[in-house]
Design a protein around this ligand. Structure first.
Ligand code: ADP
Length: 473
């Protein structure tokens, strides 16, 4: 079930130098994948560059048919893919199957959208001229993806790229290569030609550097930390690639005194504890208006304390293990720091009680802006709640962050919803919606949360060049 090889030009490539892949549920070794480096990275670009000519010459409908076959095979293999994902990433099986469906929705949507990469004709300024604008695929696109969504972070990049006529080289996270390799296997089985999709496993730094330098790679799309995103942007400057970055977030979740508190409490549950809190759009800071703060926190606490933590392969588990020890340590540091600075533990992990990768959903009341969890991404199941008094105050506090990915507002008051959502400096605002991600909408951030958008017709624009043709009659 777990492919121990990387996928280049339609072939499975092994290597003597390998790296372990660990199951975060129990620390056991799941298997080994090749530790690829510069050579394999270049080989993958060779394959993608060679395949580009024929792939980009197909009609959008022909590419769409092959993508749809890939989509159907993924759907048929949902159970197997979900198991692979849970084994290497930890999220509960049901959530993993949900991610496969979400990942697949990008392939479905872009298989069609590829047919609508329209050009334009523009009235010329001289009688003997005509102006045409067309769009062409950029060329080889590189995707570097994280471990928190091992399937959808790949399809969100690969699907628009393939639909536009690009070929792709993918470097999945070291933690979660098996889901990526299985997706590549199914693409091959679907008849997507050799070289169109390549997956290289191995040294992030070496592969990343090779692709940054390679002038044949015309587009780099990255999802991951802000620090690595900045490095890649600098590296990509050398060959001036098109670049998309989907980086960290620190989402404010605002509950006004006009909110439906049950809906808001349920919203926090979905936004904060999904994937164990390991998503870049998870609620990080919960702002509740003073009048409803106690009642709201009681409701959230009641819901959160019912969530079951355990091995994601078992039935009835809501929260799996965090990805590794380091991730768990960071969450515990944030909990301890918040308690030291005056936070009240309403439910969750008592500091010092254990050191495993399993952390109970934790809610801390009376959070203050100087706490680590109010400034840095916790990336775990910690929900700090802070009280606010006025709309102006909450907008200022919510915007006081270098990040600007997602924000949430819960209120039943239309005017308030519109005013707050317009004032928030965030790329995505969920009004009474804790789960805004969807294939047809633009996903991306303001400020240091990134550049560019993924999803919808915006997402495909990232993979095309605009060509202006001036025709003299
Ligand atoms: P996370 O904290 O989510 O692991 P990272 O930014 O470290 O975030 O990792 C996201 C992706 O970027 C992973 O595939 C990782 O291997 C890759 N990566 C990390 N460092 C580099 C680098 N220097 N060059 C290229 N890719 C990198």
């Amino acid at each position: 079930m777990l492919k121990q090889a990387m996928f280049i030009h339609g072939e499975w490539i092994t290597a003597s130098d390998t790296m372990e892949v660990i199951n975060p549920a129990d620390g056991s070794v799941l298997g080994h994948v090749p530790r690829g480096g510069q050579d394999e990275a270049v080989r993958a670009v060779d394959a993608a560059a060679a395949a580009f000519k024929s792939w980009s010459s197909l009609t959008a409908g022909e590419r769409g048919s092959l993508m749809r076959r890939w989509h159907d095979l993924i759907k048929q293999h949902t159970e197997e893919l979900a198991e692979i994902m849970t084994l290497e990433q930890g999220k509960p099986l049901k959530e993993a199957a949900g991610e496969i469906a979400y990942a697949n929705s990008f392939i479905d949507w872009y298989a069609e959208e590829g047919k609508r990469i329209y050009g334009e004709t523009i009235p010329a300024s001289a009688a003997g001229k005509r102006i045409f604008v067309t769009k062409q695929p950029v060329g080889v696109a590189a995707a570097i993806t994280p471990w928190n969504f091992p399937a959808s972070m790949i399809t969100r990049k690969a699907a628009p790229a393939l639909a536009a006529g690009c070929t792709v080289v993918i470097k999945p996270s070291e933690e979660t290569p098996y889901t990526a390799l299985k997706l590549a296997e199914l693409a091959h089985e679907a008849g997507i030609p050799a070289g169109v999709i390549n997956v290289v496993t191995g040294s992030a730094a070496e592969i990343g550097e090779a692709w940054q330098k390679d002038s044949r790679v015309r587009k780099l799309s990255f999802t991951g930390s802000t620090a690595v995103g900045k490095q890649l942007m600098q590296g990509a400057a050398e060959t001036l690639k098109k670049i998309s970055l989907e980086l960290g977030g620190h989402a404010p979740f605002i509950v006004t005194n006009q909110a439906d508190l049950d809906k808001a409490a349920q919203g926090v549950l979905l936004s904060k504890f999904r994937n164990g809190g390991q998503t870049c759009i998870c609620a990080n800071r919960i702002y509740v208006q003073a009048e409803v703060a106690e009642e709201f926190s009681r409701k959230v606490t009641a819901l959160a304390s019912r969530l079951k933590v355990g091995n994601g392969m078992e039935d009835g588990i809501d929260i799996g293990p965090l990805i590794h020890d380091e991730a768990a340590r960071k969450v515990r540091d944030h909990i301890q720091d918040a308690l030291r600075k005056g936070g009240r533990l309403l439910t969750g992990e008592q500091p010092g009680s254990n050191t495993s990768t399993y952390i109970s959903p934790t809610i801390i009341m009376d959070a203050t802006d100087d706490m680590l969890c109010m400034q840095e991404e916790t990336f775990g199941p910690l929900a700090p709640i802070t009280v606010y008094h006025t709309e102006e105050e909450v907008i200022d506090r919510a915007n006081n962050s270098p990040y600007g990915l997602a924000a949430y507002v819960f209120t039943e008051h239309l005017g308030e919803a519109v005013r707050i959502s317009e004032a928030l400096e965030y790329g995505i605002v969920g009004i009474n919606d804790p789960l805004p991600s969807t294939a047809q909408a633009p996903f991306g951030g303001f400020k240091q949360s990134g550049l560019g958008r993924e999803g919808g017709h915006y997402g495909i624009e990232e993979y095309v060049e605009v060509k202006y043709i001036s025709l003299g009659l």
